[in-house]
Design a protein around this ligand. Structure first.
Ligand SMILES: C[S@@+](CC[C@H](N)C(=O)[O-])C[C@H]1O[C@@H](n2cnc3c(N)ncnc32)[C@H](O)[C@@H]1O
Length: 178
């Protein structure tokens, strides 16, 4: 019996072909979410677990060069530092170049993508791969790492505040019922 299943491109090979082309896959859309998160990247087609998603493109520089750049807090969130060949490097994606990988937001609790290194022509590239099936309309996200990112604190403060409001409201209501 001949198999009719389509041969699936291997995720790393898929990543390499996009790295070499310098472009992004067409099945993603950038949308404005809110004033805290800014923009995000959303799937316009279903993505299978394990698939290559997007490259985090930017300037490949040493970590020393990266730290010497006098960037604002906002620009600094576009700097991705990583280890490669026993040294520390950085992809500086602070330039608005129209690429999508740089616009994928942080999720340190339950991200749907993970960042991995793919080496092409003796240069590392940072690529996002899906860690589970991603439905159409879902925002892409990955864990930015262990840094104490300011928005994580803001989200925690909002959660605490909401919890406080709910608890206060409940006790107020039960007090009135007595
Ligand atoms: C690398 S950029 C991602 C793209 C960004 N949303 C934009 O519109 O340019 C990182 C910035 O996105 C925002 N961000 C990323 N993840 C977030 C999150 N989980 N909650 C709130 N803001 C987030 C922060 O403002 C951060 O400075």
């Amino acid at each position: 019996m001949t198999s009719k299943r389509k041969a699936r491109v291997k995720p790393v090979e898929d990543a390499i072909s996009y790295i070499l082309s310098g472009g992004d896959k067409p099945w993603f859309a950038v949308r404005f979410i809110n004033n805290i998160k800014g923009r995000g990247v959303f799937a316009t087609e279903a993505i299978e677990q394990g698939s290559f998603v997007l490259e985090y493109r930017g300037e490949f520089i040493s970590a020393e060069e990266c730290r010497s750049r006098n960037y604002s807090e906002t620009q600094s969130t576009f700097l991705y530092e990583f280890d490669w060949q026993k040294r520390q490097w950085c992809i500086d994606a602070s330039k608005e170049d129209g690429s999508l990988g740089r616009l994928v937001n942080d999720n340190h609790k339950s991200p749907n993508c993970v960042m991995k290194k793919v080496t092409v022509n003796n240069r590392p590239h940072l690529c996002l791969f899906a860690v589970r099936n991603i439905e159409v309309g879902t925002e892409l996200d990955y864990n930015y790492g262990d840094s104490k990112w300011s928005w994580r604190q803001k989200v925690m403060m909002i959660m605490h505040w909401l919890h406080y409001m709910i608890v206060t409201d409940v006790s107020f209501t039960s007090h009135n019922l007595r």
